[in-house]
Design a protein around this ligand. Structure first.
Ligand code: PLP
Length: 451
């Protein structure tokens, strides 16, 4: 008989033992065995202001003492109103409305319901398909997963998933042909995206969804310059909505409020999650352009349905306190400055450990891949789980990093510390990384010999 774990809490990797965290302060986490970790991935790109920030606790206490929960069809509330006003004030163009949910997956689901509902309101009820992109992730709920080009997470669910098509991914270092310039590659993948859309009956396509920079599905894949703007033009030409998933990139991760700002793109729907609450509450959201809301207002008068905790005052007050800290500490400017420092440090380490390949990113969202030989683009065999191995080595050296990679090559690492990290703490992060890298070199050598 298989031995089952003694703890009642089911873990992701059932046979693994997880350290038990006791508390966190700033970028550091502490466990019951007395270990100290630098949170180099903000958990899952979430703890944007770091851990244990007292002001957020104060705001949570104050809101709980006032009113923690009210239901959105019975009352509105000041924190949710203020949060919507504040986010939309910073959002580009006429993204003038916000709706709140509890996770990035729910934001993805809400985007599907909104896109399909929008076209229904416009008298085009056949437009129900969403076109995703290969090598992407929008969440684990069935609709969100149906839009995700995630080869590792999809196969278990067979025909439970909607058969949405996926367009080709967009990352030159991995996917461009030999000798193809980044510019030519960018033009080609946009044309291929359009062909994938036209291969569907376009009268049945409601929307296209992309992450501006792909997160864990690829390990920080930055598309060619102008790519997102070209997709915006394509969506307008084809009469489909553009959904931009900023669950990772939004609220300062790339050094701006939203990554699509840097691309001069206004999506029809913009998804937020993770860093928007800094992990202090389970809150995510969708920003909507004015014409989308207008269609519902002039039509049925009813917006797409939400969830019990949508727009609850406690979650919204928590997010407002997190935004206060981000703004007070100029965290987005800090993300740009510390991002440059981190990039330079990663490139210095690459010079010593040349099997760290394709260092890529923006702001405080960075990734790289492990390859078999310096100068090669070959990933170690998927069975080696290079990312998992390096995550464990880093943990042994007091550093949390995030495993990623284009399936089946789980060979990429994401480094994305809290946006409030200091210069000294970046030096500490790089020191810890440099102590873990020789052991990874030894593993890569061993794998090269044993095949
Ligand atoms: N979208 C992106 C880009 C993500 O990275 C994730 C989660 O990693 C999600 C959506 C789903 O968010 P959640 O895990 O909060 O449901």
């Amino acid at each position: 008989m298989t031995e089952l774990p003694s703890s009642a809490l089911l873990k992701q990797n059932i046979r693994e033992l997880y350290p038990e965290v006791t508390h966190g302060r700033g970028v550091y986490l502490y466990d019951t065995a007395g270990n100290v970790y630098l949170d180099g991935s903000s958990g899952a790109m979430t703890a944007s202001i770091g851990h244990g920030v007292a002001e957020v606790g104060d705001a949570i206490r104050a809101q709980t003492a006032s009113v923690a929960f009210t239901y959105r069809t019975q009352f509105t509330n000041a924190p949710a109103e203020q949060l919507a006003a504040r986010l939309t004030a910073h959002a580009p163009g006429d993204l003038d409305f916000a709706f709140f949910v509890n996770s990035g997956s729910e934001a993805s689901e809400y985007a599907i319901r909104t896109a399909v509902g929008y076209w229904r309101e416009k008298g085009l009820p056949r437009k129900t398909k969403i076109l995703g992109r290969g090598t992407s992730y929008h969440g684990m709920t069935m609709g969100a997963l149906s839009m995700s080009g995630h080869a590792a997470r999809r196969p278990d669910y067979g025909d439970l998933l909607h058969p949405f098509a996926v367009a080709p991914p967009a990352h030159a270092w991995r996917f461009a042909e030999a000798g193809e310039t980044e510019e030519a590659y960018g033009r080609r993948v946009v044309a291929e995206f359009e062909s994938a859309a036209r291969a569907e009956d376009i009268d049945t396509v409601a929307a296209v969804i992309v992450e501006p920079i792909v997160g864990a599905a690829g390990g920080v894949l930055v598309p060619p310059a102008g790519y997102l703007a070209a997709l915006r033009r394509m969506c307008d030409r084809l009469g489909v909505l553009l959904i931009v998933d900023e669950v990772i990139t939004g609220i300062g991760r790339t050094g701006e409020w939203f990554a699509c700002e840097g691309e001069d793109v206004i999506p029809d729907l913009l998804l937020l999650g993770k860093g928007m609450s800094g992990g202090y509450a389970a809150v995510a959201g969708v920003l909507l352009r004015r014409p989308i809301v207008e269609a519902f207002a002039l039509g049925s008068g009813v917006a797409p349905f939400g969830h019990t905790f949508s727009g609850n005052p406690l979650g919204a007050a928590t997010c407002l306190a997190v935004l206060d800290i981000l703004e007070r500490d100029d965290a987005f400017g800090n993300a740009q400055r510390r991002g440059r420092q981190l990039e330079a440090g990663l490139r210095n380490l690459q010079a010593v450990h040349p099997r760290m390949a394709d260092i890529r990113g923006r702001g405080l969202l960075w990734g790289f891949e492990f390859v078999t030989d310096a100068g090669s683009r070959d990933a170690p065999a998927p069975s080696r789980n290079a990312a998992g191995a390096f995550v464990r080595l880093c943990r042994e050296h007091g550093l949390i990093v995030y495993p990623a990679g284009i399936a089946p090559h789980n060979n990429a690492i994401m480094i994305c510390p809290p946006l409030t990290i200091t210069e000294e703490e970046i030096i500490d992060l790089l020191d810890r990384l440099s102590t873990a890298l020789p052991a990874m070199d030894a593993l890569l050598d061993e794998w090269a010999i044993s095949g």
